[in-house]
Design a protein around this ligand. Structure first.
Ligand code: M6R
Length: 625
């Protein structure tokens, strides 16, 4: 969703704001803008479309001496993606500029009230309403800080906001409620941003804002006590304006992790990183010495203080939902815990019955997905133990869950989630083994040895996988629709394969449990409608061979993603294309099939010339409902 960057320091602000916005492009946007202080005056420049349009406009604007400003990439919610709706928005009297991510739900009510008191609006946005409300509150408040807080207390919904004003020309105000925002603390300079990559080139020291908090960053004239550097950032409670003490967190990853590293796209880089992701995910959780497997098993100290749940409800969206569906089978089989998996946006609105002893696990790469967060909060309200499985350290899901397991996949920049799913699957497998052991179940010893060998196996396979993916992609890129079929663990993979293909290449694709085909979807099969079948060498293999034959009997083109013959192999495969992955333990085969599916979608989209890292209409972190 929208990206926010703010800066106050000693460098020219506008180039930093633009650089930050480029680093936030992955979040998805349709217009952009910056506001900056120059010679005590507030300047706002905005443009519809890509950032290059904004940069072209800025070239004609003197901004060299500005050292304080805010910037924004907008993903339209209220009003069309036009320049007049782009952020920053000026309050009517020009006393402040505001950028905003999220939705102010009572904006119409506030707009009516402001209109009645003589305010007129130039945009259709809820953000302009909030800007005018702050200006209105300033008439009654004793300070800008108080006016900012008074207005925000009246706003319902979700927001991350940043504001500058000529009244305090070197200060950026920011606040958050259910939308991500953090502070980057440099030497004599501070940033506020929606995500770390926006300022990572300048500092790795971060302060996480919590819901209901206000940040004030930068220098202010007449500040009492302390040097500017020492007090370059302050936090206050929104409700009382009481100061808050917060530690600075040092981020482990660096710019290298947030760069393409020679790859054409972030997505390709992130697919290729999966061997390392698995290795880092299991490091410290699986004994390094195989001789200790039997005695120690998997360790997840984050969960040691919590009882093994009687039942587990997984809530998630998109790719994270598919990972949850995949993990459910293993959690039941190895962990002995009955599991239900639900789409978070459905769960949150249906007053679910949750049993005593049932835990809720929210899976979210970003940890900021609005529906997943709301589902987690609902589970808390209902008295459940809540667990988070997140990639982003310090994210909302991570902070609000009773316990969090981090996937440790490093930053995922491409909108299409790839390595995050791989890491979620790895942690779910570990969780299943961990709970199983705590319940007195055994059986993981051999599996752990294979898991340790998995990164090397995958690493050796990825280059040829990419070649095969590219070849098949070229042969199939003309198709208008695709089926993806799988059974057992391959069913969630089929869902994920279809999701990846449609979001990247805009080709219609549907994932099905292969056994469901004959209940309706098979009616669509014809020679123009290819079917991509994930046929892993597990106990479902003979069944899926029958499903393949059913499609072929209707003249359907079939591409089969399978493995070299293993112990369960039976039935002979015939298909237009048979893509063979190496044999491995059935529980781990999905870790080979997943990147193959991702690479296929990547190659189709790239071949068709699509914007791989920022597909149309999509946002990386979906912080609105
Ligand atoms: O950050 P989350 O894992 O909560 O995000 C959930 C979905 O929005 C996300 O997985 C989405 O489906 C991806 N674009 C898929 O590639």
């Amino acid at each position: 969703m929208c990206g926010i960057i703010g800066y106050s320091g000693h460098r020219p602000a506008v180039p930093l704001l633009i650089e930050g916005l480029h680093r936030l492009e992955y979040r998805g946007y349709d217009s952009s803008g910056v506001a900056f202080m120059q010679a005590g005056k507030l300047h706002v420049v905005r443009a519809a479309g890509r950032l290059s349009a904004l940069e072209a406009k800025l070239a004609a604007e003197p901004s060299m001496f500005s050292t304080c400003g805010i910037g924004h990439t907008r993903w339209a919610t209220h009003g069309a993606p036009e320049e007049r709706n782009a952020h920053p928005h000026l309050a009517r009297g020009g006393t402040l500029a505001l950028v905003h991510n999220g939705i102010i739900e009572n904006f119409q009510e506030l707009r009516d009230e402001l209109t009645a008191s003589g305010c007129t609006f130039r945009s259709d946005t809820d953000t302009e309403v909030l800007a005018c409300l702050i200006e209105e509150e300033r008439k009654r408040a004793s300070s800008l800080l108080e006016a900012f807080a008074r207005a925000l207390r009246r706003a319902r919904g979700a927001y991350a906001v940043a504001m500058i004003s000529p009244e305090e020309p070197e200060t950026v105000y920011a606040a958050r409620l259910s939308a991500p925002l953090l502070i980057g603390v440099g030497a004599g300079e501070c940033f506020v941003a929606s995500d770390i990559p926006a300022f990572l080139a300048y500092t790795r020291d971060v302060v996480f804002l919590e819901d209901g908090e206000i940040a004030r960053v930068g220098r202010r004239k007449g500040r009492e006590g302390g040097t500017d550097e020492a007090r370059a950032w302050e936090l206050f409670r929104l409700d009382s304006l009481a100061p808050i003490h917060r530690e600075v967190t040092r981020i482990e990853w660096d710019m290298q992790a947030a760069c393409k590293d020679g790859y054409k796209h972030f997505m390709l880089k992130e697919i290729m990183e999966q061997p390392r992701v698995i290795a880092e995910c299991i490091a410290g959780r699986v004994p390094a010495d195989p001789g200790r497997d039997e005695a120690e098993g998997v360790s997840l100290p984050e969960l040691d203080g919590l009882a093994v749940p009687r039942r587990l409800r997984i809530v998630a969206c998109g790719t994270s939902f598919n990972a949850g569906l995949w993990g459910a089978r293993l959690l039941e089989r190895f962990g002995g815990v009955p599991v239900a998996v639900e789409i978070a946006s459905e769960f949150r609105y249906r007053d679910p019955l949750l049993e005593e002893g049932e835990a809720v696990l929210a899976i979210s790469q970003s940890g900021e997905t609005a529906d997943t967060l709301a589902a987690l909060r609902l589970a808390r309200e209902k008295g459940c133990v809540t667990l988070g499985l997140c990639n982003v350290v310090g994210s909302s899901v991570a902070r609000e869950a009773d316990a969090v397991l981090y996937t440790q996949a490093g930053p995922e920049i491409s909108v299409a989630s790839t390595k995050a799913m791989c890491s979620q699957m790895a942690v779910l497998l570990l969780l299943a083994l961990y709970w199983g052991r705590r319940r007195g179940r055994k059986g993981e010893a051999g599996l752990l040895a294979h898991l340790r060998a998995l990164p090397a196996l995958l690493d050796g396979e990825l280059p040829s996988m990419r070649e095969t993916a590219a070849r098949i992609a070229r042969a199939c890129a003309g198709a208008r629709s695709f089926f993806y079929l799988g059974r057992g663990p391959a069913y969630p993979l089929a869902l994920e394969g279809a999701l990846k293909l449609k979001e990247l290449s805009y080709i219609h694709a549907e994932g099905y449990a292969a056994g469901e085909m004959k209940h309706g979807p098979i009616a669509l099969v014809d020679p123009e409608f290819p079917t991509f079948v994930v046929a892993l060498r597990d106990e479902f293999f003979p069944k899926i061979v029958s499903n393949i034959e059913q499609v072929q009997a209707r003249q359907g083109r079939v591409i089969v993603l399978t493995q070299a013959d293993g112990r369960n192999g039976c039935g002979k495969l015939h298909a237009e294309e048979i893509w063979t992955l190496p044999a491995c333990r059935p529980e781990l085969a999905s870790f080979l099939a997943l990147p193959a599916l991702q690479l296929f979608s990547y190659e189709v989209a790239d071949y068709l010339g699509k914007d791989v890292d920022q597909p149309r209409n999509l946002a990386k972190s979906v912080t609105v409902e």
